[in-house]
Design a protein around this ligand. Structure first.
Ligand SMILES: [Zn+2]
Length: 224
């Protein structure tokens, strides 16, 4: 089932502050969306005070990235990205998917192929979330912006982020120690080397990098 439709059908989505040990997908994904019962909250109509449970900016942008990831058709890994200006305006969002016009049903979503041919896997075809967020920008320049991503960017995306002028990367899931060694079959480079290269490039370019864990579990109620 389409993951976006799945989310809409279930109506209630929770974003946990910690990567879920038992995510909905297999072990490749630490995305922690899950269905929860809504907590009914009724405000005192005479209360003059502002609501205290509002989202912090940090959690807000990371949650937007997680929600965007739910648009992904990738059964193994859903990644979302949200680019933000220095004055907290969202400039672009994206998720991992095939290019426009390239069918989700004709290209493979598999991570490995029985044929052994990398062309029978998703890797040569997928546009990463960071790429799509950059291309979806609603301003002329992303210079000085930050990007919130659900997973630490690969080295190819690091190059794009640097060249786009993005000055800060805020990630949720670290990729310092990838679980699966076969996640980059086309490059011929070990996955850990891809992320080490990413860190090296970002550091060399002076891009700030930091991990953000949500400050508290978040629940998104839709339609009720
Ligand atoms: Zn990437």
């Amino acid at each position: 089932m389409d993951t976006a439709r799945q989310s809409a059908d279930t109506e209630h989505v929770k974003v946990s502050g910690q990567p879920a040990a038992a995510a909905r997908n297999d072990g490749d994904c630490s995305c922690s969306f899950e269905v929860v019962e809504p907590a009914l909250q009724k405000a005192d109509p005479f209360d003059r005070q502002p609501r205290k449970e509002y989202l912090s900016w940090e959690d807000y942008f990371m949650a937007v990235a997680f929600l965007s990831a739910q648009r992904s058709k990738d059964p193994n890994k859903q990644v979302g990205a949200c680019i933000v200006s220095p004055d907290k305006i969202i400039l672009g969002i994206g998720y991992n998917g095939f290019p426009r016009g390239c069918s989700d049903y004709k290209l493979p979503w598999s991570r490995q192929a029985h044929s052994g041919d990398p062309l029978d896997t998703k890797y040569p075809y997928v546009c990463h979330a960071e790429l799509n967020a950059i291309l979806n920008k609603n301003v002329a320049s992303l210079n000085g912006a930050a990007i919130y991503v659900t997973m630490f960017p690969c080295c190819e995306c690091a190059k794009l982020l640097i060249q786009a002028g993005i000055r800060e990367v805020v990630f949720f899931e670290d990729k310092a120690a990838p679980v699966r060694p076969a996640s980059a079959p086309l490059s011929g480079i070990r996955p850990e080397a891809l992320y080490a290269a990413s860190r090296r490039l970002l550091a060399m370019a002076g891009v700030r990098v930091r991990q953000h864990r949500l400050e508290r579990p978040l629940m998104l109620r839709i339609g009720c």
